[in-house]
Design a protein around this ligand. Structure first.
Ligand code: UD1
Length: 377
């Protein structure tokens, strides 16, 4: 059987790496299709190298644009590719625009669709990802979930039970497989220009890691400048490494906010390679983020995570993990940081099936699905 796997944006690469390995081990032939949503070396190529992902068989090269243009261009690019060589199944991961666009093409071409990371909901329709999640799940034939609550959500939405399987978290497969290769935090900091004074502070006092890229946090200049001012205040108590996403960097430059980060206790870096991110994450005293995946990775590592968002689609990181949903108040964010520094922060446990073997279960469920389908034909 042939399974075509779609990737487009940074978090997809982390999820697809173990899946490709498991599909190969399971005897499938897998074709990798990159939509080109993320194209910078630091956002794409570096991840392919570090995670030992084979070169994509096809690159649609769509690049940046509004979410609508991106989705439309991926659909136009993908249709002839799938028509020329029809796969037995199309596999999509996560909730980015590439996930939705490819899912729509599969559904229109009547190609069975598998969604890995199904059933997560933030309940916030202003997030582009929420639309992507809901629609992709509605189109999918095989829905593989990371947490049990996701199944309840999907059943409530009318998805038949026999399409849903709890397999665990493939992002954690990558994390556990990569930790042994990650450099020390000190070595990671040493790799960055101008980090000498910062490194000394960070090594003696500990440090926090920051990632922010959601439109809701960075596209509104007032919100962004308030957040950056808050980071400057926090850095007086805890030195911060701020890995700046291209979207965030562009908004900071457009709005003349770079001066708010000119501070010897804040080290700003470009988007970091995967092994450097996990090396800093595992040694950080806390992480401040608006990312989805980082909420999960910190839970698996047992590091306190403060999520600067109004909602999360990953409730298990709150109920079982180390994540705290801080909301949009910067006062609440500062208080949460102080609480971690003074009281050590939330302790959690590793959620069920976040055991490093989720991709094997993905491959097994795909095998079951295609076997049943062949029998019923
Ligand atoms: C996308 C995903 C988001 C995910 C994030 C991880 C959607 C709706 N959003 O957001 O869920 O958390 O990726 O990084 O799919 N840019 C570059 N170089 C790149 C990629 C992007 O400069 O390689 C800049 C461009 O200016 C682009 C902007 O970043 O317009 C936004 O990129 P886009 O892919 O639209 O969304 P992200 O914000 O990266």
């Amino acid at each position: 059987w042939r399974v075509d796997c779609i990737v487009g944006a940074r978090p997809n690469f982390v999820k697809i790496a173990p899946i490709l390995r498991a599909l190969k081990a399971g005897g499938f032939s897998a074709r990798l299709i990159h939509t080109g949503q993320h194209y910078d070396r630091a956002m794409s190529e570096v991840f392919f190298n570090e995670l030992q992902i084979p070169e994509p068989d096809i690159d649609l090269g769509v690049g940046s644009g509004s979410g609508i243009a991106q989705t439309a261009q991926i659909m136009i690019g993908l249709e002839p590719v799938l028509l020329a060589e029809r796969p037995d199944m199309l596999l999509v991961v996560g909730d980015v625009n590439s996930t939705l666009a490819a899912g729509l093409v599969a559904a229109k071409l009547l190609i069975p669709l598998c969604h890995v990371e199904a059933g997560l909901r933030s309940g916030d329709w202003t997030m582009p990802e929420e639309v992507n999640r809901f629609v992709t799940d509605g189109l999918s034939d095989l829905l593989l979930t990371t947490e049990r609550e996701a199944e309840e959500t999907l059943l409530r939405e009318g998805i038949p039970r026999d399409r849903i399987h709890f397999v665990g978290n493939v992002m954690i497969d990558s994390l556990l497989a990569s930790l042994v290769r990650a450099p020390s935090a000190e070595a990671t900091l040493a790799a960055h220009d101008g980090a000498l004074a910062f490194r000394a502070e960070a090594m003696s006092r500990g440090f926090g890691l920051v990632t922010l890229h959601r439109p809701s946090n960075v596209d509104d200049p007032a919100r962004l400048s308030e957040l950056l001012e808050t980071l400057a205040e926090i850095s007086a108590r805890l030195p911060l490494v701020f890995a700046v996403h291209p979207r965030t960097r562009a908004r900071i430059a457009e709005n003349g906010l770079a001066r708010l980060l000119e501070n010897r206790l804040i080290l700003t870096t470009p988007p970091l390679p995967y092994l450097q991110v996990i090396s800093l994450m595992k040694s950080a005293r806390l992480v401040i983020t608006d990312s989805g995946g980082v909420q999960e990775e910190t839970t698996a590592l047992g590091v306190p995570c403060l999520t600067a968002r109004a909602s999360t689609e990953r409730p298990i990181t709150i109920t079982q993990g180390t994540n705290t949903l801080v909301g949009l108040s910067t006062v609440a964010l500062k208080n949460a940081v102080m609480d971690v520094l003074e009281n050590g922060g939330k302790r959690g446990r590793t959620p069920e099936l976040w055991d490093g073997r989720a991709a094997e279960r993905v491959s097994a469920r795909i095998g079951d699905y295609l076997t049943d389908r062949a029998k019923s034909k």
